[in-house]
Design a protein around this ligand. Sequence first.
Ligand SMILES: [Mg+2]
Length: 382
Amino acid sequence: MAESRPNRQFSHVILGLDGTLVNTDYVVHQVLKSFLVKEGKTWDSKKSQCLLGKGPYEAAVAVLEDCELPYSAEEFLNLITPMLTEKWGNIKALAGANRLVEHLRSKGICVALASNSPRANIRAKLSCHPGWEESFAAIVGGDEVTKGKPSPNIFVEAAKRIKSDPSNCIVIEDSLPGVLAGKAAGMHVIAVPSIPKSTAESGAADEVINSLLDLRLEKWGLPPFVDWIEDTLPIEPWFIRGPVIKGYGSGSGLLGIPTANLPVDKFSDILSEHTSGVYFGWAGLSEGGIYKMVMSVGWNPYFHNSEKTIEPWILHDFSEDFYGEELSLAITGYIRPEANFRSVESLIERIREDGRIAEKALDLPIYACYKDSTYLRRGQSN
Ligand SMILES: [Mg+2]
């Protein structure tokens, strides 16, 4: 990754759409899965991950090869495209997207949207996000330029429309083609990779961040977010519930930090909406008690986990295990992105620090109010 240049000043921002602001990959995954099941085939999120960054034709060829279906790529695209089009009006925002768009608008920063998607699809995707379309001074679709990303055309055109020199523009992009396009256009590029553990973007971008929640705009001369409170970021709360299962064993065994893991197969929808990282909030156990908790969501880089997991650490000393008990969680704030560590000691130290931050922050009214949520009390006798 290139060295960050804290003194650089940028005045304009150009955003990608699919995988940067909205969760397109999940929609594509769901449509493919339902189509392929009807064809008697199986499809899982790992297979979908192999499609990220591929164009529609390339992706179609990959699916047909994997599933050995008797269609040509054109036939397959003709079948699948209407199913996708139907979904664009319900596409969800990625973590931090609303916050970013609103922040830039409220600070009067000139923002353009530059997407390989055709304009009609962009319009459909923006339709379910009130206030977004008006926040963009220009929108450039893939059908408005001769060549899409990784060609720089789309970003050059966006800069022209917002009357900015490319060198004053910051691009935020999730995919390698987008990063390469931004660099080729002579812009400063922040990558927010949507492919887990992806390193391809790292070499090409000026900065790589885990999610939009981790943006530090002040590094680039733009107005900073001012919503962090005591090292925590309040988020729109989300709620999950499930039976406590045994995890990879790394928690209590190696780290001495017992995590109450939840079965990920039940939460694939919600996990795709939430970026990996360290969160905190409140935990309710069906046998009783509401406790503070801190939790990691993601692949746990230190242990090279193969799937995205949810590992809540309840900040309370329990005398015995509670496997099988129902655990309800209200996730109210974000602390940091997932990170790798040089040693298990530094990992433990950081987890304990996360615990201290969560413990303290949860007394703040903005987080404390969720302790009384009825969601946490299901199954409890009082
Ligand atoms: Mg993208």
